[in-house]
Design a protein around this ligand. Sequence first.
Ligand code: CTP
Length: 153
Amino acid sequence: MKDEPRVLQISPIRNGTVIDHITAGEALNVLKILGITGTTDECLSIATNVASEKSGRKDVVKISDRELCTEEVDRIALIAPQATINIIRDYLVCEKMGVEIPRVLLGVVRCPNRGCISNTNEPIKSRFEVTKRGLHCLYCDWYLKDDIPGHII
Ligand code: CTP
C-alpha cells in the first residue's frame, strides 16, 4: 500500500464541517447520531475505509454549509472517540476540535427496557447518564452496554 500515490478521495468543501478520523466503518452511524438521513437536506460527502497515517483506516464525513454545534459534536464521541471536527470557511480550516463524551444524553438513544417509561406514549425524551459501566437510564436504571449505534433514535 505504501507505494500507492496519495490521492484525495473526496473534494475539499467551501463551507461546512469535516468530521475526520472517524473509526473505520462508523461513518453511517455518525450520520445516524446526527439525525442525517437520505431524506434530509444536507449536501454530504462520505469516504469509508480510507488510508490514514494515524490509525491505518478511517472514515470521513463532509457536510457542506452546516456547522455542527457542540452538543451534536459530542454525541459523535459515543461511537468515534478519536474523531476530529474541522469547521471550514471559504476553504480554510477555521476551527479544529476533538470530541468529548457528554455526561447526559437526552433523546439520543432508546432504552432497551421495553417497560421503561421512555418507551411509552408519554411525551418524554430518553435520558441516560454516561458512566464507566455503560449508558445508565435515569428513568428505569437499565444499563445499555453494547450496540449503542443500534439504539440510536
Ligand atoms: N478539508 C476539506 N475541505 C477544505 C479543507 C479541509 O474537506 N476546504 C478536510 C481535509 O481533507 C481533512 C480535514 O478537512 O480531511 C482537515 O484538514 P487539515 O487540517 O488541512 O488536514 P490535516 O492536517 O491532515 O488534519 P489532521 O491534522 O487533523 O489529521
